[in-house]
Each structure stands twice: as C-alpha cells, then as structure tokens.
Design a protein around this ligand. Structure first.
Ligand SMILES: [Zn+2]
Length: 349
C-alpha cells in the first residue's frame, strides 16, 4: 500500500534523493534475462563489422607483479581451502557476432556463483548492453580475451598490440554508450588485470607483451571441452569433477559455443558444492594462494596448442612462432593426464 511521506521525510528525500533510491523499482531490464535467440552465432553479417576503437590514449596500467608473470594454470591454496574459479570465455572473431548464453549467466546469478568472464573486445563492441550488465554485477569479474581471438604466437608486433589493447578501449566504449546499469560509469572503467590467450596459445614474446600491459595471463587446468557438440552435459560434469582440485581454474564458454554448458551448469554447481567447494573469481583465487605458473600456454600438455599455428600463420604475414619444445614448469604443477580425444580447447574459427 502506498503511504505518503511525512513532510520532513519528503524534504529529506528531495534533498538526498533517498526516496528514489528506496522506492523506485529496480530497472526491469538491468540485467535482462537471456533469450534463446541471443545464443545463436551469426557469421558474415553486417553487425559483425565494427571499427577498432582507438587505444592510444588509454590510462596507463600498473605493472604486473613479477611473481605473476607467465601462464597461470591454477592456484596452490593453503591446506583445507576448497576454492574453485569457474571461467567463461566470450570470444568473437572479426567476421561474426557470437552469442550470449543467458542460460548460463542467469543461472550464475540465481545461484550467486562468483565467476570470471574473459571477454573479447569485438564481443563487447557487438554486445555493449550485455557487457555493461556483466561489468556492473559485483558477482562477476571481467578479463581481456583479445580483440578478435587471434593466435598471438603468429601475429606481428602491431597486431599484437591491437589484440591486447583494443579490447580495453572497447570495454570503455561499451560502458559509455547505450543503456546504463546501476553503478556503471565509464569513469569507473579500469584497465583489466587479467588476460586469457585464445586457443591456449602463447609464447615468450606475447607473454611479455601481456605482462607489459599490466595483465596476468590466466589459462586453466581443467577444460570442460564444451565447444565440442559431442561433449554432452553429463560429460562436462563428469570430466570437470575428475579434473578439478582445490585452486583449479575451469574453462568453459558462454558465447554460444558451449553446446551443453547451460544444461550442465546446475548439476556442476550442485556437485562441486556437495564436495565442499566454494566458487570465487580468479582475482580472489589469486589473492588466496600462490599461482602455479608455466613458461608457455597449453591445454592439457605442453605443445598441444601449437597445432593452431598451422592455419593462423597462413592468414597473417608474421614472424615464425617461437619454439616451445623446452618448457620449464616453474610451479608445483605436474602435466595432467591426457584428456579424452573429443575435447578441444577452443573452436577453430
Ligand atoms: Zn576464446
């Protein structure tokens, strides 16, 4: 029932704006639930043609701490701490508008599961409203996933800078334009501190460039294999449970490339919770332990993402990729057991 404010309270509300803050209903579309149509990936459509935002005038980024340089696969936690970081990539290549998998995002919100999204700059440019919603949500954390999902082992120096920095400008533009969610303003946009290499492929040069831009390279120790349509929901749950351990970073997709991820997610959340795990963002996971770092990036075994060089090297004139044969493991990470053959780290665009 509507009750009029007493005159003194009304005056106070007018002065402070508290009436609006307490009585106005939350924005009905902020965040809006996902729709099935949004999950579809559209190739070679006009909406995919977005300009690269200028990135020369970005605010400077604080230097990356030396102990976080390299490829972070998981985090070694104090004994007894059962934390896990679910991560979802929102990749998009230059000729497509990838999807937004609202089934996943809505479930994470419903269950209050802290999550990190690695967002492509191109995806943010074609989904500014969804980007703003994710960035506004204190449950979620945003990391940089390059401009158009390039293989950073095979690009030249100019393209390397563009792939790393253009997303930062795209994120700011997405926050500045279009409908705004409470708490979001472009002035609040900060440089990303987390980065994920597409295809799980990096080398010394690209690792150095990402570190120079102030970002820690966050890869994974558990892949759901969700970009493969052959990986069903039960497979995603079983494979993840088999691979996960305290401090794990789990790779999945929320851009329409996770074929059965949405169906698997409620079961996965239940199963991990039943095993005593608590969900945290990658940032919180890093704050709670010691990152396990390797000198290069890979999916399950050192060198297993090199195959992506074959097609991407032919697309762009660039220097040959650096050899990764001599891989030094600096952390306590042992190469994991070979995954089932159906798994793929990332789809080939
Ligand atoms: Zn990706």
């Amino acid at each position: 029932m509507f009750r009029p404010l007493a005159p003194a309270a009304l005056l106070l509300a007018l002065l402070t704006g508290s009436a609006a803050a307490t009585e106005a209903p939350p924005g009905p579309l902020c965040p809006a639930p996902g729709t099935a149509a949004e999950k579809a990936i559209a190739k070679h459509v006009a909406a995919a043609h977005v300009a690269v935002p200028p990135f020369a005038d970005l605010p400077t980024a604080p230097a990356l701490a030396p102990e976080r340089r390299g490829s972070i696969r998981r985090v070694e936690l104090p004994a007894g701490e059962k934390l896990v970081a679910l991560t979802f990539d929102l990749c998009e290549t230059e000729n497509e508008v990838a999807g937004y998998d609202g089934e996943i995002v809505d479930e994470l919100r419903r269950r209050h599961v802290a999550t990190t999204f690695f967002v492509g700059g191109h995806w943010a440019a074609t989904h500014p409203r969804r980007f703003a919603e994710l960035a506004a949500d204190p449950l979620f954390e945003i990391g940089n996933h390059t401009w158009t999902h390039a293989n950073l082992r095979t690009v030249d120096d100019g393209e390397l800078a563009r792939q790393i920095l253009a997303p930062e400008a795209a994120f700011r533009a997405a926050l500045a334009g279009g409908p705004q969610c409470p708490g979001i303003s472009p002035a609040a946009a900060k440089r990303s501190t987390l980065f994920r290499f597409p295809f799980g492929a990096c080398d010394a040069r690209s690792l150095g460039a990402v570190a120079g831009a102030g970002m820690a390279a966050i890869q994974w120790d558990v892949s759901t294999g969700d970009p493969s349509p052959l990986t069903g929901a039960a497979d995603i749950v079983a494979d993840t449970l088999r691979g996960v351990r305290p401090g794990s970073i789990v790779l999945a997709h929320a851009n329409g490339r996770g074929f059965h991820t949405g169906a698997a997610l409620p079961r996965l959340i239940d199963a991990l919770t039943a095993r005593g795990y608590r969900f945290v963002t990658v940032g919180e996971l890093l704050a709670r332990g010691r990152p396990v770092i390797t000198d290069t990036c890979f999916d399950a075994h050192p060198g297993d993402t090199d195959r992506h060089d074959r097609w991407s090297a032919g697309r762009r004139p660039s220097r040959p990729p650096l050899p990764v044969a001599a891989v030094g493991l600096r952390g306590a990470d042992a190469p994991p057991i070979a995954p089932p053959a159906r798994r793929t780290a990332e789809p080939t665009p």
